[in-house]
Design a protein around this ligand. Structure first.
Ligand code: ADP
Ligand code: MG
Length: 393
């Protein structure tokens, strides 16, 4: 994989794909600019070497149409405060006005495009849209690690239309760490999975089984596995269309000798809100008016023991609804156990990282990944569509 350092960028026009998908509040103020800062090393490198840089990102889920709520304009404002160079904001992603702005871009100048997801061609990886993005561009640089698992136009569609493509510093650093951890992981290798986005995560568990010794499941995902086995999970969040897949995975875990752990007990409540009373459930059924929102104390104990034996740990997805105090204990205890272990530890995912920061143990984690889905897919498959796209030529 070529790095941005391998490109001679002097005077060249670069398309820099970044992950500026920052959280905004109601007045479109940026709540956290970590993701903007994470791309500065690459952006500054390009600018210092005399490149003309067109920067683009997705932001939120605008569903393929213009929506001022998801404009990248506030990001341009914040970026201008962080770098000494001039930052221009394009009112569109493609089209005449953008072409004119691209053409007039001077060395050392930055042009931030509007939200890539204002066009359905982004998610649909429409080659015509990709070609428009690539118009007038010499080199493509991808520094959006968190989006590299998505086969979108700005991730995999542009490289065929430019002279050369490379990874930015953030992508290089992520790949280096993850590669080191997964290529010959020291055993026992413990994988901890939780969170809410089950359908994203279940498909990669199969590839993980080949490598991991123990897989600890928490979060909402656990209840799809329980439901699939016929347990009564009350109102817990489940995905009914994933039951076959869940049963299949349980079977495979058995044949492959993987220690696949589901929660032994649960913290449940009537509602997912801060006034809800937390009720400990020691065995099934979970009453029909309750939903499981965290792992229980016995589970914490068991998971802590498994984690203490680990030499390599990968964690994606909180164990419960950690945003609400009475459902945050499981995640907090698991975070402490991971921090206390001597293992090489990797944590990925927006919410997982937020949880670890909240507990205050981030300094004891070997690598905090900027990508959740991307890091999970990478450690499972050792490659990502966005990285493949950079090595094709
Ligand atoms: P990440 O961002 O780390 O990849 P996800 O986005 O997949 O993680 O999941 C995080 C979300 O999952 C959190 O908002 C959390 O409240 C929610 N969650 C965790 N456990 C449960 C549960 N049992 N029921 C419902 N939501 C849950
Ligand atoms: Mg998340």
């Amino acid at each position: 994989m070529q790095s941005v350092k391998d490109l001679d960028v002097q005077g060249k026009k670069i398309f820099l794909r970044v992950d500026f998908n920052v959280p905004l509040d109601k007045d479109q103020k940026i709540r956290d600019d970590t993701r903007i800062k994470a791309a500065l090393q690459t952006l500054n490198f390009l600018l210092e070497h005399g490149a003309r840089v067109v920067v683009a990102s997705h932001l939120g889920r605008p569903k393929g149409e213009f929506n001022p709520e998801f404009s990248t304009k506030p990001v341009a404002g914040r970026l201008a405060e962080l770098i000494p160079q001039e930052v221009l904001h394009a009112p569109d992603v493609v089209g005449d006005e953008v072409e004119r702005m691209k053409a007039q871009l001077k060395e050392g100048q930055v042009l931030l495009l509007e939200n890539l997801r204002f066009y359905p061609g982004e998610k649909g990886n429409d080659p015509e849209f990709a070609q428009q993005l690539a118009h007038g561009i010499d080199y493509y640089v991808n520094d959006a690690f968190g989006a590299c698992h998505r086969a979108h136009a700005s991730i995999v569609g542009i490289p065929p239309f430019v002279q050369s493509s490379a990874a930015g510093f953030l992508v290089c650093k992520e790949v280096e760490y993850l590669q080191k951890a997964i290529h010959s992981p020291q055993k026992p290798y413990v994988v901890i999975l939780g969170g809410a986005k089950v359908s994203d995560k279940i498909p990669v568990i199969e590839s993980l089984m080949v490598k991991a010794n123990d897989i600890l499941i928490g979060g909402a995902m656990a209840y799809t596995f329980f439901y699939a086995q016929g347990f009564d999970v009350g109102r817990s969040l489940i995905e009914k269309d994933k039951t076959d897949m869940a049963l299949n995975l349980l079977d495979r875990a058995k044949t492959m000798g993987v220690n696949f752990c589901l929660p032994l007990d649960h913290i449940a409540a009537r509602d997912m809100d801060s006034d809800a009373e937390a009720i400990t459930i020691r065995e099934f059924p979970i009453p029909s008016d309750l939903m499981a929102l965290d792992i229980g104390p016995q589970t914490v104990e068991k998971y802590r023991n498994v984690i203490s034996t680990a030499k390599t740990i990968f964690w994606n997805g909180p164990m419960g609804v950690f945003e609400i105090e009475q459902f945050g204990k499981g995640t907090e205890e698991v975070a402490k156990a991971v921090a206390d272990s001597d293992a090489v530890s990797i944590i990925g995912g927006g919410d997982s990282v937020a949880a670890v920061l909240k507990v205050g143990v981030s300094e004891k984690i070997s690598h905090i990944s900027t990508g959740g889905g991307a890091s999970l897919e990478y450690i499972a498959k050792e490659t990502l569509p966005g990285l493949e796209a950079l090595t094709e030529k």
